[in-house]
Design a protein around this ligand. Structure first.
Ligand SMILES: Cc1cc2nc3c(=O)[nH]c(=O)nc-3n(C[C@H](O)[C@H](O)[C@H](O)COP(=O)(O)OP(=O)(O)OC[C@H]3O[C@@H](n4cnc5c(N)ncnc54)[C@H](O)[C@@H]3O)c2cc1C
Length: 299
């Protein structure tokens, strides 16, 4: 018999980690399955050679561009997913993004929900992720039910000069909404924290000030005893029941080659844009010989 949970969340990145935090207080038995482990916290986190030449934090995988093999720089299989490395500029989508509109490759269909449906969740997520921004400064900002939870981070001197010059020309420069785990918005304190970082976007942060989903999603979720995290647990495939409408089993193939089976009343696939698509492609469907991906019409 597979180990049974109320909810299984596959992936602990921006989506899965945040989802775990939101669901933890429900008391449901929740299992997070994460392909990778924890990013090591070390001085080398900020070393460009380590990150970009040695690629210490990037899996040794081969991808192909028009049949040409290459080793990608940006898949990060860790607790926290790509948010361990991201730039933490946390914009909301715009109202238009939810509507049907024309893209380079064709029509992007309308979402089944609108910006206003998500607005309260953005407001909550901005609190959880310590978003620092300046109210009213971005002329493209969509409507908000509450101000940003924290004031903007100070510009570095060179950027401040640039911003002032642009404003003098009648443009509207604004500080990016940044997720920084600082409980204040006082300029001097913020500055001294910012001085800690020789690098930022693209690098892990050993000080854990960057607002990522490991620190602000997974870790708070694990405060609840109904929540379990299993690392180094890549989901190989989902198995459907005979009706083809329910996930019957979640199959994990560990790096030791062991196969472990889980089941749940609800399975959340949050393995990233590519990871989720690949998982669907590997998963069979009883009524569609080419698999779950095609039967869901999502891939
Ligand atoms: C360098 C860089 C800078 C960025 N800067 C920004 C920014 O400033 N602002 C912004 O909004 N976004 C930024 N992004 C993008 C942002 O990080 C992603 O949009 C976001 O992390 C996506 O969240 P996700 O949960 O969908 O996927 P991810 O965060 O990628 O998480 C997916 C998780 O699923 C796990 N996984 C994958 N396959 C499996 C499997 N089979 N079984 C179990 N687990 C699996 C992965 O290990 C990972 O933990 C940046 C990304 C990068 C790489």
């Amino acid at each position: 018999m597979p180990d049974h949970y109320d909810i299984i969340i596959i992936g602990t990145g921006a989506a899965g980690g945040t989802m775990a935090r939101a669901l933890a207080p429900t008391g449901k038995r929740i299992l997070m399955l994460e392909k990778g482990g924890f990013v090591p916290r070390e001085k080398d986190n900020f070393d460009p050679d380590v990150n970009w030449v040695e690629k210490r934090y990037t899996p040794d995988v081969t991808w192909y561009h028009k049949s040409k093999p290459f080793r990608p720089s940006h898949p990060h299989y860790y607790v926290g997913g790509n948010t361990k490395f991201y730039g933490a500029a946390l914009f909301r989508l715009r109202e238009k993004d939810f509507e049907e509109y024309e893209q380079y490759d064709g029509i992007s269909p309308a979402w089944p929900i609108s910006y206003s449906d998500l607005e309260p969740y953005y407001a909550l997520a901005e609190k959880w992720y310590y978003v620092h921004a300046q109210d009213g400064a971005d002329p493209t900002d969509p409507p908000r039910s509450s101000p940003y939870p924290y004031g903007p981070l100070p510009h570095e001197p060179r950027i401040q000069r640039l911003s002032d010059d642009l404003a003098r020309r009648g443009l509207h420069p604004f500080p990016l909404p940044m997720g920084m785990r600082m409980s204040h918005d006082r300029e001097e304190e913020a500055k001294s924290s910012l001085d800690l970082w020789p690098q930022f976007d693209g690098y892990p942060d050993p000080y854990e000030i960057k607002a990522d989903s490991h620190i602000l999603g997974v870790r708070p979720a694990l405060q609840y005893e109904n929540v379990t995290l299993k690392i180094n647990s890549p989901v190989e495939r989902l198995e459907m029941d005979a009706s083809g409408r329910r996930v019957d089993k979640v199959i994990v193939k560990t790096s030791a080659g062991e196969t472990v089976k889980y089941s749940a009343n609800l399975v959340v696939v949050a393995a990233g844009a590519l990871g989720s698509a690949l998982l669907f492609l590997r998963s069979q469907h009883p009524k569609h010989p080419i698999g779950l991906a095609y039967s869901t019409e999502l891939v």
